[in-house]
Design a protein around this ligand. Structure first.
Ligand code: GLA
Length: 395
């Protein structure tokens, strides 16, 4: 669990003010499709933490890579197989390098990366901007160059960089040191900043060299957790764009403690928020309904829209909300969210969505896959703890 440091937070709030002033970044969406950019669209993949915690080994990673291909997840756009905490041995080697646990990762990370690459996928790994990881394995503070160098030599493509055991040292310097070391490694490695949103990372995550930054503490497989995180995304949309994404944490879809409708809502909202779509379930044994949610190509297309404009909450009633995302082609993606305990009829007009005036709009339901037309109003019956998702387009 994240440890929190009051003094650090105070220092960092002060630091954020000056850094933000010194480092204001343009996040306006580009007008051309970005090329040669890391994470031009939100990264998609899988991570071991939500389902497996520390119970990980190389077989799990092999089998997950296989399942990623067989299940159709790879075809749907998922790429990264990310190993979270607990992959390391308890100590560094004689040269001071990080080394994998000799039993659970007997053949080493390079062999795993080669295997994952042979499947057309990419490998991610984890460390902390502290003296130890959250589970007390060796981490990278003051070892940034050595660790980035070895990650690159192993063929790692993505680093999730946590915030535990940070010795209360300034956040900006800790994350900047690793970002620089990754760049100097010569290998393109996506840098996933996991600072739990403590110091408003939207203001500095891109500038420091991150492609994504966690905006909150950890998600858990509960409707209330997912909604709590959702509420903290309001207003962050201004920070997202090609090459830099708000990260409301990994997906819990398929982990078993939410209903089908709750997972549909979770996935719809994360897609609309341009969240990195990092599955956190067991891909080897997932049910058809879980696979159907995770591989819904029309919902994924909203997330991956190259314009990279994050969706925002545009209406909040007592139990229902409307979220909308401008798509690059002028259409709008819409999520009608029912947080209540009974089914609800939710509607929104094209005018409220800020669409150009048109005689008629087509409304594509991304879950039922039915297209209808309307002169202005879009209405759906939404189950309790559920969501409907549409693309609305002026005819
Ligand atoms: C922190 C992170 C989690 C996970 C764990 C691993 O809590 O926020 O996402 O990586 O550490 O220990």
């Amino acid at each position: 669990m994240p440890r929190r440091f009051g003094l650090l937070r105070t220092l960092c709030v002060l630091a954020t003010v000056s850094i933000a002033a010194a480092c204001s970044h343009g996040t306006a969406p580009s007008t051309t499709a970005p090329k040669q950019m890391l994470a031009a669209t939100p990264p998609m993949g899988w991570n071991s933490w939500n389902k497996f915690g520390c119970k990980i080994d190389e077989n799990l990673i092999h089998e997950t890579a296989d399942a990623m291909v067989k299940s159709g997840m790879k075809a749907a756009g998922y790429q990264y197989i990310n190993i979270d905490d607990c992959w390391m041995a308890k100590t560094r080697d004689a040269k001071g390098n990080l080394q994998p646990d000799p039993t659970r990762f007997e053949h080493g990370i390079k062999a795993l990366a080669d295997y994952v690459h042979s499947k057309g996928l990419r490998l991610g790994i984890y460390s902390s901007a502290g003296t130890a990881t959250c589970e007390n394995f060796p981490a990278s503070l003051d070892h940034e160059i050595a660790d980035a160098t070895i990650f690159a030599a192993w063929g790692v493509d993505y680093l999730k960089y946590d915030n535990c055991n940070n010795q209360k040292r300034p956040f900006y310097l800790r994350y900047e040191a690793m970002a620089k070391a990754l760049r100097a490694s010569g290998r393109p490695i996506v840098f996933s900043i996991c600072e739990w949103g403590e110091n408003n990372p939207g203001e500095w995550g891109r500038r420091v060299g991150g492609q994504l930054w966690r905006t909150t503490g950890d998600i858990s497989d509960k409707w209330s957790s997912m909604l709590g995180i959702l509420d903290k995304q309001v207003g962050l949309e201004k920070y997202a764009g090609p090459g830099g994404w708000n990260d409301p944490d990994m997906l819990e879809v398929g982990n078993g403690r939410m209903t089908y409708d709750e997972y549909v809502a979770h996935f719809s909202l994360w897609a609309l928020l341009n969240a990195p779509l990092i599955a956190g379930n067991d891909l080897r044994t997932m049910s058809d309904s879980t696979r159907t949610i995770l591989t819904n190509k029309e919902v994924i297309a909203v997330n991956q829209d190259w314009g990279g404009m994050q969706g925002a909450r545009i209406r909040k009633d007592s139990a229902t909300q409307v979220w909308a995302k401008p798509m690059r082609d002028g259409s709008k993606a819409v999520v009608l969210l029912n947080r209540g305990e009974r089914p609800a009829t939710i509607s929104v007009t094209a005018t409220e969505l800020g669409m150009r005036a048109a005689g008629s709009y087509t409304v594509r339901d991304l879950w039922t896959r039915v297209t209808t037309a309307t002169p202005d109003r879009i209405t759906a019956q939404v189950p309790k703890h559920g969501a409907a998702m549409f693309i609305v387009r002026a005819k």
